[in-house]
Design a protein around this ligand. Structure first.
Ligand code: NAD
Length: 503
């Protein structure tokens, strides 16, 4: 892999179309910033509608390339497996690139780059397991069967928070099925997707199967989502962007998979082990500086244990180390963008204005070494209410509001009183209560005595404004393939078409 964190410094990254790096039509390049210093790091190409059209045409041509579509499923699975090996071989470099691009901890990115190859291997094994059915129809001498086929060109738009991890969830199954792809990474973390493109070619996947158009949402993303040559979209990002994309895709009657924002309830009952619950709540909302879609940002605590829990949560939060993302000692790195820092500060201020109290955090760290970066202290807000603005909107930062509740009925009302439905968590030693919560909470994922424990084998998706469609498990193979029904009459006699026979 030629792209490395070191040689990215001061470099210019081109688009990746039809197996080659290509200069953008506009000739324009845009800086990407290092979140620890707020200084430019490299520049990426700004693709316009012309580049997007070339990329989609290349992906459409690749669909017809016999080297891809006449390959057996088993052979295709082997290529995806080879890609897994290459990602693993380059895991350290990919982790360094993502860490410097989005400011997430190097140790977390290293862990992700070990999980990503496993995910490719999992889906590689499914390449030759996507089978159809024969259907016993009400006709003699008739064979009626279904086959599953690739849908065509899949457009993928991904966010900055875990680019390769997010991409893999749908790229791996799409490759295994035999689709072709045009991906637009986030303008805030572009480099790792282009590095992956090199590995795709090295793995032996034919040119044009995987294309990368880089640039912002308003130009590049918009052009991609309006393109009539796309068969299906997968979007991971904010709910407001999801609305625009679904609107554009609808003009071409193109279905979408939407993996959007969240405002997940995280519940603690009096019978829970307080230390474990505190660790769970801290991991659920402060990991990755709160920049995770599933962040348990609304914490509901049973009234009898509220004071004790808040005290323990504040005490544990005090021991969190905010620092440079490459340091082993760091628990929380910077936020990925300057705008994100402004947004987090704005929400904390609005919470205070509405009557919440900052129990700890609520500001940039005082450490002089961290002044240039987009750092923010982990923040616990008490005296919070579920109707406050900071408890309703997704903040995507290290801020949790803690609210007491008295009964299970009240809890379910509070937990479901949100426009989102992505994830949820509960801490209790009462299994009946945990299962009642799992039954009644409106969320795509329920964690019981754990949080943020994700697996690519299980289907994950959201409800309400958190989106639709699933990532993970065999379900994804169905979502990115389509059924074709074939009917064969082997009676040897075509009946008179104008004689209607009633059985
Ligand atoms: P975002 O919506 O700002 O951007 C996501 C992507 O969409 C980027 O590539 C961006 O360039 C593109 N985009 C923006 N405007 C566009 C437009 N008009 N047309 C087409 N593309 C456009 O989101 P973000 O700030 O990058 O990521 C954070 C959001 O992602 C949060 O809301 C988070 O909850 C969500 N997210 C969801 C999941 C999930 O699985 N549900 C996972 C990770 C992140």
């Amino acid at each position: 892999m030629k792209t490395t964190a070191e040689n990215l410094q001061g470099s210019r990254l081109d688009l990746f179309i039809d197996g080659r790096f290509t200069r953008p039509h506009s000739g324009q390049y845009v800086p990407s910033y290092d979140p620890t210093t707020a200084e430019p790091w490299y520049q990426f190409a700004q693709a316009d509608a012309v580049d997007v059209d070339v990329a989609v045409r290349s992906a459409r041509a690749a669909l017809k390339n016999p080297a891809w579509h006449r390959m057996t499923q088993t052979e295709r699975g082997k290529l995806v497996r080879r890609l897994a090996d290459l990602v693993l071989e380059n895991a350290e470099e990919l982790a360094l690139i993502e860490c410097r691009d989005n400011g997430k901890l190097l140790k977390e990115m290293r862990a992700q780059m070990r999980a990503v190859p496993d995910s490719y291997i999992y889906f590689a094994g499914m390449a030759d397991k996507l089978q159809g059915d024969t259907i016993p129809v009400n006709k003699l001498d008739t064979l009626n069967y279904n086959v599953r086929e690739p849908v065509g060109v899949v457009g993928m738009i991904i966010p900055w928070n875990s680019p390769l991890m997010m991409l893999t969830g749908t790229l791996a199954p799409c490759l295994a099925i035999g689709n072709t792809i045009v991906v637009k990474p986030s303008e805030h973390a572009t480099a790792s997707t282009l590095a992956l493109a090199e590995l795709v070619i090295e793995a032996g996947i034919p040119p044009g199967v995987f294309n990368v158009v880089t640039g912002d949402g308003a130009t590049t993303g918009d052009a991609l989502t309006r393109h009539p040559g796309i068969a299906r979209f997968v979007f991971t990002g904010s709910t407001s962007t999801g609305r625009k994309i679904a609107g554009n895709a609808a003009q071409n009657l193109v279905p979408c998979q939407m993996e959007l924002g969240g405002k997940s309830p995280h519940v603690v009952f009096s019978d829970a082990d307080v230390e474990r619950a505190v660790n769970g709540v801290v991991a659920g909302v402060f990991a990755a500086a709160g920049q995770t879609c599933v962040a348990g940002s609304r914490c509901f605590v049973e009234a009898p244990v509220y004071e004790r829990f808040v005290e323990a949560l504040v005490e544990r939060t005090r021991r969190i180390t905010v620092g440079h993302p490459t340091s082993e000692a760091t628990d929380i790195g910077p936020l990925a963008l300057a705008a994100q820092l402004d947004k987090v500060q704005g929400y904390v201020a609005s919470g205070v204005q509405e009557g919440a109290r900052i129990a700890i955090g609520g500001r940039k760290p005082l450490d002089t070494a961290l002044q240039r970066g987009w750092y923010f202290e982990p923040t616990v807000m008490t005296q919070a209410r579920n109707d406050m603005r900071f408890m309703r909107d997704e903040i995507f930062g290290p801020v949790v509001g803690v609210v007491p509740f008295n009964t299970e009925e009240e809890l379910i009302e509070l937990a479901n009183d949100t426009e989102y439905g992505l994830a949820s968590g509960i801490w209790t030693n009462d299994i009946d209560r945990a299962l009642r919560f799992a039954r009644d909470v409106d969320a795509g994922t329920v964690w019981i005595n754990t949080f943020r424990s994700a697996a690519y084998m299980s289907p994950n998706g959201g409800s309400k404004h958190s989106g639709y469609g699933y990532r993970g498990g065999f379900e994804v193979m169905r979502e990115f393939s389509r059924l074709k029904n074939v009917v064969v009459d082997y009676s040897g006699a075509m009946q008179d078409p104008f004689v209607i026979r009633l059985r």
